[in-house]
Design a binder for this molecule. Sequence first.
Ligand SMILES: *[C@@H]1O[C@H](CO)[C@@H](O)[C@H](O)[C@H]1NC(C)=O
Ligand SMILES: *[C@@H]1O[C@H](CO)[C@@H](O)[C@H](O)[C@H]1NC(C)=O
Ligand SMILES: *[C@@H]1O[C@H](CO)[C@@H](O)[C@H](O)[C@H]1NC(C)=O
Ligand SMILES: *[C@@H]1O[C@H](CO)[C@@H](O)[C@H](O)[C@H]1NC(C)=O
Ligand SMILES: *[C@@H]1O[C@H](CO)[C@@H](O)[C@H](O)[C@H]1NC(C)=O
Length: 476
Amino acid sequence: MRLFLLISLALGTLAMAANPAIKAIITNSGLKYGTLVGSEWLQERIMRAQIPDITGEISLSLLGIVQYTVSRITVTQVNLPLPEVVFSEGVGLQVDLRNLNVALKGKWNTRYYFIKDGGSFRLGLFNIDLSVLLQVSSDSQGRLSINSTRCSSRMGGMQLQFRGGTSWIWQLFVKAFERRIQSQVQKQICPVIELGIHGLEHRLATMNVTYQVGPSLLLDMPLMSSPVVKASDINLGFKGEFYNVHSRVEPPFVAGQFDLPEQSHLMLSLGVSEFSLNSAAFASKSAGQLQINITDKMIPQKFPIRLNTTSFGAFIPQLPKLFPDMQMLLQVYASDTPMVSFLPDNASVQLYGSAKAYAIKPDSSLAPLFRLDVSAKFSGKFFAMDAKLRGSIMLENLKLTLGASEVGRFQTQNLQATLTILVNMGVKKLNELLQVGIPIPAPKGMQWINTVLKVNKGFVAIGTDVTTTSVGDKEH
Ligand SMILES: *[C@@H]1O[C@H](CO)[C@@H](O)[C@H](O)[C@H]1NC(C)=O
Ligand SMILES: *[C@@H]1O[C@H](CO)[C@@H](O)[C@H](O)[C@H]1NC(C)=O
Ligand SMILES: *[C@@H]1O[C@H](CO)[C@@H](O)[C@H](O)[C@H]1NC(C)=O
Ligand SMILES: *[C@@H]1O[C@H](CO)[C@@H](O)[C@H](O)[C@H]1NC(C)=O
Ligand SMILES: *[C@@H]1O[C@H](CO)[C@@H](O)[C@H](O)[C@H]1NC(C)=O
């Protein structure tokens, strides 16, 4: 038991010390844009804010005590100027708001001995200045977390009007105690803001850090450490590892360290390491995704080589004699994890595959024929234009060997030459696509603009500006 604990502690520390595989930097210009989008969202949130009822007592000295309840408070109008939001080094965000005006309405009820009274009220708060320091960090699950560490507020003026019941008494009361009421209301501003921030933090604390990608992959995206806030930007490091939905098996390779350069003229820089892509390949392979059965039906009609023992006689002379004119089945699968590697301006991928060939006998049973092992390496240059991935790839080398045979030995040179021609035809098709450009996926509701992409040692860096495509959409 103690040994188990020690081992899991050691593994735990190892896991904690792992390098982030996806990094993001949000710059000042990104923050400016975020503030713009965020304040539209905030304006709407304030309009729908739920303000709790207030109950209290007013002592009329010798006359006794009046109990009051203020309820059904709603915001009727808000004029939210664009806040000034800047990075606060080592802490998070400093938010300053000037000249906020808010109008509210609600119901009031009083109870004085056995006398009950009630009516409605309207409250206008003018020229509120607000300064909030937000601490940005991550929680134990790697979720983003915010906390308000300092809040101060000032209010320029206030107007309070009662209607119904003995409103005139309360109106007199307000007149007499205007300064005191105003200071009481002002004291409530920061607590209300803090309540709102706690609400937001509560939402963040329930967010998922694991996303399903396609039917068989999960992308694990917890923060590996607290965001690093500098005067000019915020740096986020995510785990960025893919897993198979059915089992969380670690691949036999680990994430390397990389430094993502900030591109200060762009809103956002993203770095994706080889490890992230290779973990996706490993998870796909272990989920049984990287395999396909090929039959003659799947081969285009015009194609001269058919998947049958007669046609394959051109490569394996003895085959038609052993299995005369039978259809064949090719079971193609990745024999090892495809590995992507990034070098400056050069991306390459190494593939290892095998193809098991069967003859389909007249009674539909399968007769194993042979297994071919193939390794192929591709490399390419990539760049981004108009938020599309462009570039060119080429086949570096392809090697085909006979892995096993139930039909005796045969030469593989011609098969290798034929496969090389076929692969090069595929490369040509892909290059045509890459010339037009393949859209770089963006999160839902967002669009990349001014995107630049550069392949570096160990990672690919994407710098981009962002625009939202769903401005005006109501979020619930
Ligand atoms: C938020 O900050 C307050 C004081 O500034 C602190 O007492 C509290 O523990 C913090 N909460 C979290 C979740 O960090
Ligand atoms: C979070 O993940 C769980 C489990 O994978 C899933 O059931 C839930 O719907 C997810 N929630 C959101 C908001 O995506
Ligand atoms: C391919 O065919 C073989 C033999 O019929 C079968 O066992 C295997 O499950 C098939 N694989 C796929 C991916 O369809
Ligand atoms: C096999 O392919 C040849 C063409 O190479 C064709 O003439 C023949 O009919 C095919 N046989 C079967 C069983 O599909
Ligand atoms: C990438 O680098 C490899 C090895 O250094 C080289 O063989 C290959 O030609 C390069 N590819 C491109 C597209 O420059």
